[in-house]
Design a protein around this ligand. Structure first.
Ligand SMILES: O=C(O)COP(=O)(O)O
Ligand SMILES: [Mg+2]
Length: 227
């Protein structure tokens, strides 16, 4: 059992932690690929590339078909196409993971303050949180382009700790990938990971964290029992 005492706030990841957004990613990416006369790709392929923000994602997608020199001039128009298509379908094909709302309710009921930190662009993240009924739980939301550096850099987590005026040791990060765990370690925040998201094809057990939780409700229970 994970021991997390003295935790007063939680920073929760979005893609792969609260929402299974891979189907949205797939539709938007394949519409972009169609614009460039490229064949569709699978959710499994895309799941290996999600987690480090849009620029990294589109670079990885184009790398399937082009070498570095050939893709360089395509990056900006492909990103623009992808962003347009993603905003068109944002949330239409994505679903909440089990016990996300129950977990957020339990965390709030325990008096924890909540922030969402995602590498998704803020223009995608905000309407998605609204549409899925998640927005009311979060005092703060930072997207991948809200600050000069994104996860795995600790800056977004450090910013939340500063905003909340809380020591990092009292702010737990909860996420599905090594980007979340590395950011948390570097910021000095405890970190819990969920095993069901996207971790670049790697088992979450290979990621350094303070514990693996089945759901956000499980996370809430482990924090509560040790406060
Ligand atoms: O959009 C991404 O690259 C991943 O977003 P996440 O940080 O919410 O997992
Ligand atoms: Mg994630």
């Amino acid at each position: 059992m994970t021991v997390l005492a003295g935790v007063r706030a939680a920073i929760i990841d979005l893609d792969g932690t609260m929402l299974d957004t891979l189907p949205d990613f797939q539709v938007a990416i394949n519409r972009m690929r169609a614009d460039f006369d490229l064949a569709p790709i699978s959710q499994q392929q895309i799941g290996l590339m999600v987690g480090k923000g849009s620029e990294h994602l589109i670079h990885s997608v184009l790398s399937l078909d082009y070498n570095e020199a050939a893709l360089a001039p395509l990056l900006a128009p492909a990103l623009a196409s992808y962003q347009r298509h993603y905003l068109d379908i944002n949330g239409q094909h994505s679903a909440l993971y089990p016990d996300v709302i129950a977990g957020l309710q339990a965390l709030r009921a325990q008096g924890l303050r909540l922030a969402c930190v995602t590498n998704k662009p803020i223009a995608f993240a905000k309407p998605l949180l609204e549409m899925k009924g998640l927005a009311p739980y979060f005092e703060l939301v930072y997207g991948g382009d809200s600050l000069p550096r994104k996860k795995p850099d600790p800056l977004p987590l450090q910013t939340v700790c500063r905003d909340f005026a809380m020591a990092p040791a009292t702010v737990v990060a909860i996420g599905d990938s090594q980007n979340d765990a590395m950011a948390a370690r570097a910021a000095g925040c405890p970190v819990l990971t969920v095993p069901y998201g996207y971790n670049h094809g790697q088992a979450i057990h290979a990621t350094d964290s303070d514990g693996i939780v089945d759901t956000l409700l499980d996370a809430a229970n482990q924090i509560r029992f040790h406060n």
